[in-house]
Write a protein that binds this ligand. Structure first.
Ligand code: HEC
Ligand code: HEC
Length: 152
């Protein structure tokens, strides 16, 4: 009987924990990429990052220098660039109500990060949670299987 009680308490706690984790992660959603040009131009070398993961000033800085993009040439023609700019501006983290976007907006206040993965608070969380850091954090989808749907 005593063993059964302990077992029941343990099960109840496990249930609570799961529920708590679920709640914590429920808000970690950003609007998925909805612009076909962004999806194809920015998704050929890596995940097409949803714009809700960086503030507008970061996208602006990235899009201003696509010819020198992390050692690659990611330049696009001017008409496409104008469209990408408009899309990123409208969908950026600091333009969105999603809780993950708001978290990123706060975490990057006063800075213009060019990498999502190097926002200090996110970097700290990653180093805390991942035992063996990958060579690059850029392929979000290799760990966050819902990344293409905006789930992290
Ligand atoms: C020709 C290939 C190529 C294309 C096209 C490309 N990128 Fe990249 N991008 C890279 C490489 C390489 C990196 C660095 C990856 C790494 O660190 O492993 C990178 C990294 C990034 C990062 C930083 C990721 C992080 O948090 O570490 C962002 C943001 C980014 N790209 C945005 C874009 C956007 C926006 C576009 C479309 C306009 C784009 N990229 C198109 C090659 C490309
Ligand atoms: C090597 C695996 C790995 C890679 C690559 C990775 N992450 Fe993560 N990330 C994790 C783990 C593990 C956690 C902690 C558990 C969780 O929250 O899902 C985490 C947490 C997060 C969180 C915080 C979620 C929360 O609940 O606080 C965000 C946001 C995030 N990652 C975004 C990204 C983005 C964007 C990229 C790509 C630029 C990325 N991650 C790349 C493994 C990874």
């Amino acid at each position: 009987m005593k063993t059964l009680m302990v077992l029941m308490v343990t099960l109840a706690r496990a249930g609570e924990h799961e529920e708590h984790e679920h709640e914590e992660h429920e808000g970690d959603v950003v609007a998925p990429v909805s612009d076909p040009a962004w999806a194809s131009e920015c998704g050929s070398c890596h995940l097409a990052y949803p714009p809700g993961l960086l503030p507008a000033r970061s996208w602006s800085a990235l899009l201003s220098d696509l010819g020198h993009h992390f050692g690659d040439d990611a330049s696009v023609d001017p008409a496409v660039l104008a469209r990408l700019r408009q899309y990123a501006e409208a969908q950026a983290a600091d333009r969105q109500p999603a809780s993950l976007s708001r978290w990123i907006t706060r975490a990057s206040a006063g800075t213009t990060p060019l990498r999502i993965s190097e926002i200090p608070a996110l970097r700290a969380e990653h180093l805390e949670e991942v035992r063996t850091p990958p060579k690059s954090w850029a392929s979000c989808a290799s760990c966050h299987t819902g990344a293409a749907a905006g789930r992290f």
